[in-house]
Design a protein. Structure first.
Length: 321
């Protein structure tokens, strides 16, 4: 493990940022509020956390920022619900989540990392007519950071067949580091939807076979093509015409309008949790056992597109090494 560059993983989810930096830098601090996400994180990084005695805290707001280990890169996929198109768009007016950005700022003030690497939903840039985003940019500038930002899609920048646009903010304390950094260019999409599907027998629980259910009847009437992702809407089935998976959401495991569906050779079924992680670009050996499907769907929907974050991480490391 490289010892010269250190990073912290805030609002860590199941560890997408950790995976992106795993062989490039040393993790020295982790925070994640959600208990079930912490379980998945520990299933995958528990040995490393124990071996290197990495602090893993639940509530970042309860931690003295000065007690956090020194680090070069602060990573934070801070909660996006206040800015999401699917949410109430409350932004910094949200009573808790919207203010978590300022917990990041307190850590920046205390530790002054060389790089701040943030990820959020695309809508963050336009929220409240751009005022929310301007607060973020102005705050980073006030702390002496030079900022680059870009909206990247998993299908155009990660060779991952999911239409997932996210905004990435990379801020540098050193102007020379800033000048050396640029976001990765688009790359060809060669992976297909079928490349993300599980091989072998899919458990029966994922198939939609209850023909007494009006929604299932609607699925069977509206889904006419195999190996195409559909979404169940209130009055119709939406076929994804782009040939990739639509944006995975955190609420897809609870039913409703965002459940990704596919017709295979056996019938109509939901994507499995493993397939959802595949559409986020996670490796096959990423451990998801021991956690319920509903939590895994939420975790996959909240995660980053790993190949995109890995490409940005490579650029960051090159800029500061």
């Amino acid at each position: 493990m490289p010892q010269d560059i250190k990073f912290i993983d805030l609002f860590a989810g199941v560890g997408g940022f950790h995976l992106a930096f795993k062989h490039k830098a040393e993790c020295v601090f982790i925070s994640e509020w959600d208990k079930k996400a912490r379980e998945t994180y520990l299933n995958n990084f528990g040995e490393e956390i124990e071996k290197y005695n990495i602090p893993f805290v639940e509530d970042i707001a309860s931690i003295d920022p000065y007690s956090i280990p020194d680090h070069d890169v602060l990573c934070a996929g801070f909660p996006c619900q206040p800015f999401s198109l699917a949410g109430k768009k409350e932004g910094f007016l949200h009573p808790t989540q919207g203010t978590l950005f300022f917990n990041i700022v307190e850590i920046i003030k205390a530790k002054k990392p060389r790089v701040v690497f943030l990820e959020n939903v695309k809508n963050l840039r336009s929220h409240d007519k751009g005022r929310t985003y301007q607060v973020i940019l102005d705050t980073l500038a006030e702390e002496g950071y030079y900022v680059r930002d870009s909206i990247l899609n998993g299908s155009t920048h990660g060779n991952t067949p999911q239409n997932r646009e996210r905004i990435f903010i990379v801020a540098f304390k050193n102007e020379e580091d800033f000048e050396k950094f640029d976001f990765p260019e688009p790359i060809e999409l060669t992976k297909r939807v079928v490349d993300c599907l599980e091989e072998g027998e899919i458990p029966a629980k994922y198939y939609q076979t209850n023909m007494e259910s009006p929604s299932v009847i609607k699925m069977h009437e509206g889904m006419t093509k195999k190996w195409i992702i559909y979404q169940y809407r209130r009055f119709y089935m939406r076929e994804n015409m782009s040939g990739v998976c639509p944006t995975l959401t955190a609420n897809m495991g609870t039913g409703g309008h965002n459940v990704p569906l596919i017709m295979d050779n056996k019938g109509i079924r939901k994507l499995t949790p493993r397939e959802c992680f595949n559409f986020q670009g996670f490796p096959d050996d990423f451990i998801i056992e021991g956690v319920s499907d509903s939590h895994l769907y939420k975790q996959a929907g909240n995660s980053v597109v790993l190949p995109v974050v890995s490409r940005i991480a490579d650029r960051i490391i090159s800029s500061i090494a």
